[in-house]
Ligand binder design. Sequence first.
Ligand code: NAD
Length: 367
Amino acid sequence: MPEKLTAAIIGCGKLGQHYAETYSALPNVELVALAEFNDARRAVVARRFGVPGFKDAPEMFENIIPDVVATVLPGKYIYSAVMSAVQAGVRGISSDKPLGANLSEADEMVDACAANGIVFAGGNLQRAMYEIQEAASWVSNGDFGEIIGASVNGFAGEISGGGCQAISVLRLFTNAEVTEVTAWGHPEEALKGDSDSGLAIDGRFRLSSGIECSVFSESAVRGVDVWSEDSLVRWGWDPPISVFRGFDKHGSRIQLSPAFSSYEWGEYHYLGASIRSFLEVVRSGRGQLAVSGHDLRQALEVAIASKYSALWGSVPLRLPLPDRSLQLIPSRARWLGQDPNGSGQPIDEAHIRWDGYMPEKRHVAGK
Ligand SMILES: NC(=O)c1ccc[n+]([C@@H]2O[C@H](COP(=O)([O-])OP(=O)(O)OC[C@H]3O[C@@H](n4cnc5c(N)ncnc54)[C@H](O)[C@@H]3O)[C@@H](O)[C@H]2O)c1
């Protein structure tokens, strides 16, 4: 029998509740506590999941130290929650994205976990999705031949918030790090502001594999493409993966219908896949995380480099950026949470399961 782990959620807004649902459903893990600032939401969610609720991470750790914690917090509060989990001595920490605003804090979190032997994972990222991981394994097995090009499509709106998804998939598909960023940004007021809200980036990422990746702020299909001489693998959000091989007599790409494996707990979508990989690495002390804290840090760094390259006149910036004090604040709702905008989840909705993060339900709702 795999070892049964205990888990707690820090931050129980709409996404934190989806984490609580998922941890409660998966085998060999028991949700034992939660921490939530908002008194009314804490009371409702703690009752719903039948666990004790605490105000914040320090209060929780005074009472209970679970094996793993998931921070599902507005960006401003992630650093202190992660560092208090490090001090408490948990075995694993996962964070949702973006990891924060500031590179030095991102470094500190990654380094503190590594120095203390704590597994540091990412959370609800598409990169963890089984189909995306499987497509990446086809690419790295050479099933499509040598990858010679890549593009990031639709890198705009929230380049550190939503953009984190694209950078994480790009690095997975190319098995490479971004080593240099050259970017152009618009509109000017977004480029000159502190936050990534509304910022649209075009440019070029140089990758450690030698590939030059084009970056487009606008594109018919949003996501990431990688291609070889005759094939194209596309992550385009929905459907997550499209594969093309060869050309018809008009020169158009021919789309394939690849057979994906079926996966246990697939109904818990990419959060389920991400958490399962996290728990497996915590249990075994080895293996590859579907999404790591390093992945989140790299995504933040590419977003910061894109903004500053554009701001400073499209100068090529080599990564790692030497100035670790650089930062990019995510949109207000991601940075401070939705409550300060008055758009937080109403308390009466916190009583019940919200299926917006479950794919089948999302498709039905979209019809
Ligand atoms: N990966 C994804 O697909 C995805 C999707 C949506 C949101 N997110 C990220 O996840 C985060 C949470 O999203 P959400 O929609 O649930 O946000 P939210 O603002 O509705 O919920 C955050 C919750 O955390 C609580 N909180 C804030 N600071 C706290 C602290 N220090 N200790 C304990 N509780 C605290 C708030 O009271 C609130 O209930 C967001 O910041 C966002 O960036 C990721």
